[in-house]
Design a protein around this ligand. Structure first.
Ligand SMILES: NC(=O)c1ccc[n+]([C@@H]2O[C@H](COP(=O)([O-])OP(=O)(O)OC[C@H]3O[C@@H](n4cnc5c(N)ncnc54)[C@H](O)[C@@H]3O)[C@@H](O)[C@H]2O)c1
Length: 257
């Protein structure tokens, strides 16, 4: 799919932030959109604002994903594009057990469960499109929260695995990896994150622009902050130098906050 016009699209976590901007932009581009969020009022409001259909509920648990896909199929017929966008940023430092558990469920298992249920139909018809909202943290790291960094790496790895395994059978998988985006999540995160991300933070509409361009281009990584490509290359080319730089940034945040 190189354009969403006419497509049946589901966006999870679309009651606010990046997901809301994606839902609105897809609808403006002529897609038929299902707006999911845990927050039913927020999902309804976004859906109303763009002529979409609200499907509130948990997009992470096995039962929640199954219910969402059943509702979406009832509304859309075929689901052409599924945006696994819902995510949580939890845990100071190493994080506690609850932070890790919630992060695995929402940031990783939500994608796995959706893919498991969508793949049989997509492979049978020879086409399907999955966009996983990962983060630049999945390519690099996110100082201040280990659960977020590690689960976003896992989400990226799962998306890569799907693309490597099923591209020849018509599956398109893309990983959306922004750095800072002005949303409730960024506002709620640590002062260190604001210090690191604040200066280059972009709007949700700019992320939606990048996604539309990314769908047209078809590449695996969608990078609304183009600099992330260079940082990702630096991490791979000289990991020790990259880690040294990240640790210097960590010490700067410790003295600044
Ligand atoms: N804001 C950033 O700087 C940034 C940067 C990179 C990646 N991201 C990623 O973008 C995605 C969206 O984040 P955002 O910044 O728009 O945050 P946000 O907090 O504005 O929106 C997230 C939405 O997801 C919903 N949600 C959470 N768990 C859910 C679940 N189990 N089922 C359904 N909905 C659920 C929340 O209710 C919320 O409306 C996340 O995956 C996040 O990790 C954000």
């Amino acid at each position: 799919m190189r354009s969403v016009a006419g497509a049946g699209v589901v966006v999870t976590g679309a009651g606010s932030g990046i997901g809301a901007a994606l839902a609105r932009r897809f609808a403006a581009e002529g897609a038929r959109v299902v707006v999911n969020d845990l927050n039913a009022d927020a999902a309804a409001q976004v859906a109303r604002s763009c002529g979409a259909t609200a499907a509130p509920g948990d997009a992470a648990s096995a039962d929640g994903v199954a219910a969402l896909l059943a509702t979406a199929a009832g509304v859309l017929g075929e689901i052409d594009l599924y945006c696994a966008n819902a995510g949580v940023a939890l845990g100071d430092g190493e994080g506690d057990e609850a932070d890790w558990e919630a992060s695995w469920q929402v940031n990783v298992m939500a994608h796995v469960r959706a893919a498991r249920l969508l793949l049989p139909g997509w492979l049978e018809r020879g086409s399907g499109h999955l966009i996983c909202t990962v983060s630049a943290a999945g390519l690099l790291t996110m100082l201040g929260t280990a659960p977020y960094s590690a689960t976003k790496h896992a989400a990226l790895s799962f998306a890569e695995w799907l693309a490597a395994t099923y591209a020849h059978r018509g599956l398109t998988v893309q990983a959306l990896c922004p750095m800072g985006v002005r949303t409730a999540m960024l506002d709620g995160i640590s002062p260190a994150a604001e210090l690191i991300l604040g200066e280059t933070a972009i709007t949700t509409e700019e992320v939606a622009d990048a996604v539309i361009a990314g769908i047209a281009g078809g590449g695996f990584l969608i990078l609304p902050h183009p600099d992330v490509a260079r940082m990702y290359a630096n991490r791979a080319a000289d990991t020790d130098r990259w880690l040294h730089g990240m640790n210097k940034l960590q010490t700067r945040t410790e003295t600044a906050v």
